[in-house]
Design a protein. Structure first.
Ligand code: AHG
Ligand code: MN
Ligand code: MN
Length: 341
């Protein structure tokens, strides 16, 4: 699949499209509709990202989102694309978006069995200088029994997620998903066909992870002592690690998934809960990493170290620190908290 197949581009009679792969994996038509709706929104967002400069989409919209970030024009647009695709799919009960203060509860006439939390355009501060961005999402099945969903249908543990994924808008547009216990699948958008094509099935972290650490070291002096010591260890001890930090979570996690290593956004003096949001940034990435053979932790947070997927958030835009990647490196960081306890 990964090797060069020029014929498959010229004369493809057996295309491994996303819809086909999902239909192989399930007979649940609601899930097929859900995945098609998410994929369609990702294609729309991808097109907007690719044409942002031409279409006058650089710059701020002049508003703030629920967590106080300036909204870019393209954040607002991407949010509308996701909401409309999901709303009219008729398979969603509750939607949570980074760009909307409140959860969206679908009216009975539109309501279905899925609850979706999403970051429509992660890393959008990078858009104006043409650096990678992405869309991130988690899906739960509605558990309340009334005709419409409630917010508690989505304030759930990461372990209850039935589908997690992200779409990276980088040099190519790539969708990475896991659903209903399946392995991690990687798809690449074929722009000439307008379809996502399977490029890796049951993706696993490399057996020997590269020695890469990824963290915003501008925050170094604000971290706690064990975190500073852990990062010093990557820089100073043998083997010495190399640093990579795009500043777009999707790009940094995509690299970590494919090359190995570790990504961190810890708590610091100014940001006691870290920066990244539980429902639509940390949970989906933690689920994908776990299914690929890696792990994700909160690091030391409120006096304890917790597996990220065990958390149950109390509010929809809650933030949490994250330490995510291969076991070798995550364990290496967490060991500093055991020794300092
Ligand atoms: P968003 O653009 O959705 O608000 O998310 C930005 C996030 C994430 O993409 C990235 O990893 C992180 O912010 C970078 O934060 P710093 O600039 O503090 O390093
Ligand atoms: Mn984000
Ligand atoms: Mn965002």
């Amino acid at each position: 699949m990964a090797s060069f197949h020029p014929d498959s581009i010229r004369n493809d009679t057996n295309s491994l499209t996303l819809s086909r792969q999902v239909m192989i994996g399930t007979r649940d038509t609601d899930f097929v509709v859900l995945m098609n709706s998410i994929a369609c929104a990702c294609k729309l967002i991808s097109r907007s990202v690719r044409k942002a400069g031409i279409a006058g989409l650089y710059g701020n919209a002049g508003s703030e989102n629920a967590t106080g970030d300036d909204q870019k024009k393209i954040d607002v647009l991407s949010d509308e694309m996701m909401v409309n695709a999901l709303k009219y799919s008729h398979v969603c009960a509750v939607l949570v978006s980074e760009e909307q203060d409140d959860p969206i509860i679908m009216p009975e006439s539109l309501s279905g069995k899925y609850c979706v939390a999403f970051d429509p355009l992660d890393g959008s501060s990078n858009i104006d200088c043409n650096v990678s961005t992405g869309t991130i999402f988690s899906v739960w099945e509605k558990k309340s029994t009334g005709p419409v969903g409630v917010v508690d249908d989505i304030l759930r543990a990461g372990n209850d997620i039935v589908c997690a994924g992200y779409c990276a808008y980088g040099s190519a547009t790539e969708l990475v998903i896991t659903y209903y216990g399946s392995g991690v699948q990687r798809y690449t958008l074929d722009p000439s066909l307008g379809e996502f094509i399977l490029t890796a099935n049951n993706l696993k972290l490399p057996e020997v992870s590269k020695t890469i650490y990824s963290i915003n070291e501008g925050n170094y002096t604000s971290w706690d002592k064990p975190m500073r010591t852990a990062i010093d260890g990557f820089r100073l001890n043998e083997p010495r690690y190399t640093a990579r930090y795009v500043g777009s979570m999707v790009a940094d996690i995509h690299r970590t998934l494919l090359y190995g290593g570790i990504y961190l956004y810890p708590a610091d003096e100014k940001k006691g809960n870290g920066k990244l949001r539980v429902l639509y940034e940390c949970f989906p990435m933690a689920m994908i990493m776990a299914k690929a053979g890696g792990t994700a932790s909160t690091g030391m947070f409120k006096g304890t170290v917790t597996n990220l997927l065990d958390l149950v958030p109390k509010s929809i835009h809650e933030k949490v620190p994250i330490v995510i990647g291969c076991h070798r490196d995550v364990d290496r960081v967490l060991a500093h908290y055991n020794t300092s306890a």
